[in-house]
Write a protein that binds this ligand. Structure first.
Ligand SMILES: C[C@H](O)[C@H](O)[C@H]1CNC2=NC(N)=NC(=O)C2=N1
Length: 112
């Protein structure tokens, strides 16, 4: 379990700078499977599942996690896959919260 997955998101009210590419890359080491967008404003991971029901259940679990932490992903899903992406809207870029959520998503039982 990464150190990040033990943390909780802190409210982000804007007015703080987004992480630099270097800072994001350093945190990415703790979030296996996630990649940084070309402009370094979001992180994304693609998950595969054996069927539609498992994809749907996974997206639902990510949603529950997001509601609990009040930090929300963009997601697309369909038969056998889900794509989850995090960015912090208020700062139009990355915050440690995005990496905390990625680590927590990686800890879900179906996130293989
Ligand atoms: C009040 C509430 O905490 C905020 O509006 C949260 C909700 N979820 C959020 N999710 C994401 N990804 N970015 C945000 O800036 C954000 N803000």
């Amino acid at each position: 379990m990464s150190e990040l997955s033990k943390k909780n998101c802190v409210p982000c009210s804007g007015g703080v700078s987004s992480l630099s590419r270097e800072e994001a890359e350093a945190l990415l080491v703790q979030t296996k499977g996630w990649s940084l967008s070309d402009d370094a404003t979001r992180i994304e991971r693609h998950f595969k599942f054996p069927d539609f029901a498992t994809s749907l259940a996974f997206v639902d679990k990510v949603g529950a996690l997001a509601e609990a932490e009040q930090h929300h992903p963009d997601m697309t899903f369909g038969w056998g896959y889900a794509s989850v992406s995090f960015s912090t809207h208020k700062i139009k870029g990355l915050h440690e919260n995005d990496f905390i959520m990625a680590a927590r998503v990686n800890g879900l039982p179906d996130a293989t």
